[in-house]
Design a protein around this ligand. Structure first.
Ligand code: EPU
Length: 293
């Protein structure tokens, strides 16, 4: 494996802590972090890893991710270079690199008087992460605006998947390639001021019901069909329950917040406890929305 560092010395770092790169701020080391500077370089690294049977994962801003305390082996790819963060608007089409923040794509669209992505106000994360998990909320999700997605396969091939080859469902997408490079969105013309007013309302509602300022990772569980995971957890009497440094938010029971000294294991044990309490009380199996590495 030292040859990864030999082949890509400028962009590879070994034994790097992942905790500071996630919102929950817990978890172990990445064996390698690689930060390619272009799509070509990303493809080269992926091809190299494929040939050497090295696992590759792509990290966004870590807003929906729990890294286990033992860390991850292989490569954690970070698409932090500016070449992955471009957002451009042409007519009613917005193109955004997978490393761009969703919030940035939203603000560029609104500035250009384009409506659609504004319903995602307050959703953290990158375009790549949002596309992969079809991020969204009660007012809509990202999948409904997608016209195409450019992906890199596990072998390092790049291709474009058009709208008719893609499907999006509640917090899931059909995008199963290794990495997303870019997404293209078809939006509608609107009035910037009106869109901004609408966004402000949504933002205020979110801020009132979710612990945005704490160390958290969005909702931990998916909502079971027709039900609210938050309400089920609250009715199980778990709000405020703490294991080690991890706590079920007092503000919204589907959020876990971490305190100083928390470990990934604390969060996992809290997740286990929540699942078994809710199953016992309501006969409902809560499914994780949070990604676990
Ligand atoms: N509720 C409780 N107790 C709680 C939390 C919620 O009783 O602790 C009740 C609320 O009173 C309300 C219902 O549950 O009647 C639904 O709550 P809320 O409106 O907060 O929405 P949610 O279903 O909990 C969903 C998404 C959020 C998204 C919001 C707003 C999921 C799992 N969650 O939350 O998405 O921000 O709608 O659009 O789909 C995320 O995916 O990470 C996320 C935060």
């Amino acid at each position: 494996m030292s040859s990864l560092q030999e082949k890509f010395p400028d962009i590879t770092q070994a034994d790097q802590p992942l905790a500071p790169l996630t919102w929950l701020k817990v978890g172990g080391l990445a064996q390698f972090i690689v930060e390619p500077r272009s799509v070509d370089e990303l493809q080269e690294v992926v091809t190299f890893c494929h040939e050497n049977e090295t696992p590759v994962r792509v990290l966004g801003v870590g807003s929906n991710l729990l890294v286990k305390d033992e860390g991850v082996s292989g490569v954690v790819m970070r698409l932090t270079h500016e070449s992955f963060a471009q957002v451009s608007v042409s007519g009613t089409t917005v193109t955004a690199g997978s490393g761009a923040l969703l919030s940035n794509a939203i603000s560029e669209s609104v500035k250009a008087g384009l409506a659609g992505l504004d319903v995602l106000v307050g959703v953290p994360g990158t375009i790549g992460g949002a596309l992969q998990g079809n991020a969204g909320g009660r007012s809509g999700d990202i999948g409904q605006f997608v016209s195409s997605v450019t992906v890199i396969t596990v072998k390092g091939e790049r291709f474009v998947r058009a709208e008719d080859e893609l499907s999006f469902a509640y917090r899931s997408s059909s995008i199963n390639e290794l990495a997303i490079v870019e997404g293209e969105f078809q939006l509608k013309e609107g009035d910037s001021e009106e869109i901004t007013r609408r966004m402000r309302k949504l933002w205020i509602m979110k801020r009132a019901s979710q612990p945005l300022a704490s160390q958290s990772a969005g909702c931990i569980f998916k909502n079971p069909r027709g039900l609210s995971a938050g309400a089920l957890i609250e009715q199980s009497g778990l709000k405020g329950t703490r294991i080690g440094g991890a706590e079920i938010s007092d503000r919204h029971a589907n959020f876990v917040v971490t305190h100083e000294g928390a470990t990934s294991d604390d969060v996992l044990r809290l997740i286990d406890l929540t699942q078994s309490k809710v199953a016992e009380q309501f006969g409902v199996d809560l499914e994780l929305e949070l990604r676990v590495w």
